[in-house]
Design a protein around this ligand. Sequence first.
Ligand code: FAD
Length: 317
Amino acid sequence: MKITEHLKNAKKTVFSFEILPPLKGQSLNELLEGIAPLMEFNPPFVDVTYHREEFIYKKHPNGLLEKVSTKKRPGTVGICAAIMNRFHVDAVPHLLCGGFTKEETENALIDLNFIGVENVLALRGDAPKTEGRFEPEKDGHHFASELVEQIIRMNNGKYLHEETETSFHTNFCVGVAGYPEKHFEAPSLKFDLKYLKDKIDKGAEYIVTQMFFDNQKFFEFERKVREAGIEVPIIPGLKPITTLGQITMLPRTFFLDLPDALTDELVKCKTNAEVKEVGIAWAIAQSKELVAAGVPSLHFYTMSKADATYKIAKEVF
Ligand code: FAD
């Protein structure tokens, strides 16, 4: 079912979450077993990320490990099929501009349609860590809005090399990313919202936000999104802090602020177990306020580790 229909049918805020494909050489079963407890909270959909590169470790005869970057992390499409078969929930694959030609995108969408996927989250992706700035593939898309356009064209039966409309239409519901603290490349939130609107005008039907730790930033973002004339559902993305290292890693990686009240509590912690407790308590408080405000779904970035999200969901849903 389409995400928009799930949200329309829901009588209250629903629970949803995101997982990452396992690294090469790791089992899918472990991942599926790990997320099984989260099914208690009846998520109507589960997102599966896509990664343009993955790092694997090559062991040399002298015992030293070398970090090797490969082009793409496999698994997103297969995991979507496995999730739908095993848990009977909708799987939402993330689809990137980066690393894909338009034809590869078209082929990926055909595969997704054939396995019964009805929703995709259309994203640009970031530059690989070895490159400074995002560069599309030759004959690939520069921005997520162009990817949205291609998906909608396929929904209308228009394939890349076909002159005329084909008889077979896909029917994807397309989601896109939004950034309460603006995307790091955008000179201002106003600029970023202009291009968020562009994605919606091109046919995207819902927005999932980057994680944030201050609900006021989300509420302010939501207000500005509505002022910009965007009416689609906005799903807040949440991540509980579980290690001390994340105090510096999360702002650096995702270009966001942590509120002083949260960092003050975190730095008092002596162990990661204490950090996790503070992180979970913070996320529970955030979740309760967002549910009270009537958000359509709370979407958790689990990083494929379900225990913290389980504890939060147990308190909130
Ligand atoms: P876009 O919407 O294309 O925007 C990128 C930048 O370009 C913005 O600054 C925007 O303001 C600007 N812009 C847009 N259109 C134009 C235009 N026409 N002219 C000039 N400027 C323009 N990354 C992954 O690699 N894999 C994932 O699975 C993944 N999942 C994600 C899930 C969510 C919910 C979120 C929020 C992010 C995710 N990301 C993922 C990260 C994402 O790929 C990066 O944040 C990326 O840098 C931007 O992607 P976007 O789709 O928001 O890009």
